[in-house]
Ligand binder design. Structure first.
Ligand code: NAP
Ligand code: MG
Length: 470
């Protein structure tokens, strides 16, 4: 077991203020792999001061130079892609192929996109007799979750630095090693001291201290709606900017004209990847009553293909959940689904593996829209299949949760699917299996959040406007 020291503050690893430690566990075999310091309010304060000191210089750095720094960071990340993937697999448990392609691949693509956007973004705008300056908001406090540990950090660091902001990151306590590796990559890329700072720690101590720090200008949070609500309230009371990327309960709407086998296959894959720990996962599959039984059989078959195994083995298609706590939470939902009268057609609450925080790939049929498993975010490899009578019914069910993060629509042609997608109360919809676009804005309607990440829309979150009249 490796004991790591220090917080990355002001361009160097500095001793932590306190003595508390966080133990990092490999969720696939439950071994303790490392410890890192648990930050305190004192560490957060030192990091915010370092960021504040770096702000004027970075804000005044020409966008083309900021772009060059981000390009260097992208190159460094690319050069360490395998190490990133291995670190994420070790502390999160996602299968190594997925770690390489998505967990490491997506943030590299996002870093690349901000290297380009920093150079091309119009930081000045003319409106009649006014010139509008788009200026960086200042010091950003970023609080991130464990499910895509590097992506969630880069989705904040990329646009913040491109905009001319400086940042302090408090990563999830379950995945601090990925965050530490990223700090080393930032260092290796030669970014100016204090522009990026990292304090590892637990949410109620380091996270809360960052969210409450009076010298943080913008809090950007990704995680649960419960914590997001509190962070939003704290930021509101201080009249400070806040961006919240929260939970989801997205609908995969399969219209009667769709290629059912393809829609079910992609739908099941969407939930099983990353063991269902994806805020935008399509955890509710909506199928017309005439094709319902066929869809359930197909889903049962596809789910059976997700065999749980060691995530370091390239053949494993399903890794464990991140922690024992998450496994218990997900099992609790599966038990609740059974108690509420839903029918388990694959998986269930039992353990598919003797050690590790595994949950079996689970498919529920006969799920009704008001059941807890159809309303609440489970964050595990669990798909609920719901039945609808007609398109209006499908729309009511699709829109009938407090969330609105993502979704999918399948139909014979894209126009028919698009017409349905226009009526959905949600931030992004994949039409007939559309590909992830790292430049498209990502964020929630309703209680799925406030603000957008990625691309030019994500960059705009880190800017404030100043109008000069002539
Ligand atoms: P969480 O508690 O909301 O964690 C997200 C981040 O917020 C972590 O860095 C966490 O630190 C920090 N945090 C926790 N309490 C805080 C506080 N009082 N003040 C400031 N920061 C705080 O989520 P979780 O406990 O990891 O997961 C619980 C559920 O949240 C999941 O089952 C899932 O439904 C949802 N979730 C959603 C997303 C998403 O992408 N939308 C991601 C992860 C989880 P710690 O790591 O120390 O807790
Ligand atoms: Mg937590």
């Amino acid at each position: 077991m490796k004991a790591y020291d220090g917080m990355y503050i002001g361009g160097a690893w500095r001793p932590a203020a306190g003595t508390e430690r966080i133990t990092v566990v490999n969720p696939a075999d439950e071994t303790e792999i490392a410890t890192v310091p648990a930050g305190t309010a004192e560490d957060i304060d030192a990091a915010v001061r370092a960021a504040r000191a770096a702000f004027p210089g970075w804000a005044a750095t020409p966008p083309a130079e900021r772009a060059a720094h981000l390009a260097a960071l992208r190159d460094t990340m690319l050069a360490h892609r395998d190490e990133i993937a291995e670190t994420i697999t070790a502390e999160l448990g996602s299968p190594i192929g997925f770690s390489r392609a998505v967990q490491a691949g997506a943030p590299i693509a996002v870093a690349a996109s901000y290297a380009e956007l920093a150079a091309s973004y119009p930081f000045e705008e003319k409106i009649a007799n006014s010139t509008v300056l788009l200026e960086p908001v200042g010091v950003v406090g970023a609080i991130t979750p464990w499910n895509y540990p590097l992506h969630q950090i880069v989705a904040k660091v990329g646009p913040a630095l491109a905009a001319g902001c400086v940042i302090v990151v408090k990563p999830a306590e379950d995945t601090p090693l990925t965050a530490r590796l990223f700090a080393d990559l930032v260092h290796g890329a030669g970014l100016p001291a204090g522009v990026f700072n990292l304090v590892t720690g637990v949410g109620p101590v380091a996270g809360q201290a960052l969210a409450e720090h009076p010298d943080v200008d913008l809090v950007s949070f990704t995680g649960s709606t419960a914590v997001g609500r509190r962070i939003g309230a704290t930021a509101g009371a201080a009249v400070k900017r806040v961006a919240l990327e929260l939970g989801g309960k997205s609908a995969n709407v399969i219209l009667p004209s769709a290629d059912l086998a393809k829609a079910v296959k992609v739908g099941v894959a969407n939930v099983m990847s990353n063991s269902g720990q994806t805020c935008s996962a399509w955890t509710r599959m909506l199928v017309h009553t005439d094709r319902y039984d066929e869809a359930v059989e197909l889903a049962r078959g596809y789910a059976a293909g997700y065999v749980a195994g060691d995530p370091r083995d390239g053949a494993s298609r399903l890794g464990p959940l991140v922690s024992a706590k998450q496994r218990e939470r997900v099992r609790g939902y599966i038990e609740k689904g059974v108690a509420d009268g839903a029918r388990v057609v694959a998986g269930g609450p039992g353990a598919p593996h003797p050690t590790g925080y595994y949950v079996a790939p689970t498919v529920f049929a006969d799920v009704t829209p008001t059941m807890a498993i159809a309303q609440e975010e489970i964050f595990g490899p669990v798909v609920s299949i719901l039945r609808y009578e007609d398109e209006e019914d499908a729309l009511r069910i699709a829109n009938g949760t407090v969330y609105g993060l993502a979704g999918a629509v399948w139909a014979r042609d894209a126009e028919e699917a698009t017409a349905f997608a226009r009526r959905m109360d949600t931030g992004q919809v994949d039409i007939n299996g559309g590909r992830f676009n790292p430049l498209a804005p990502f964020g929630g309607y309703k209680q799925s959040g406030v603000g957008r990440e990625l691309g030019a829309h994500g960059l705009a979150e880190y800017l404030q406007t100043k109008s000069l009249q002539y």
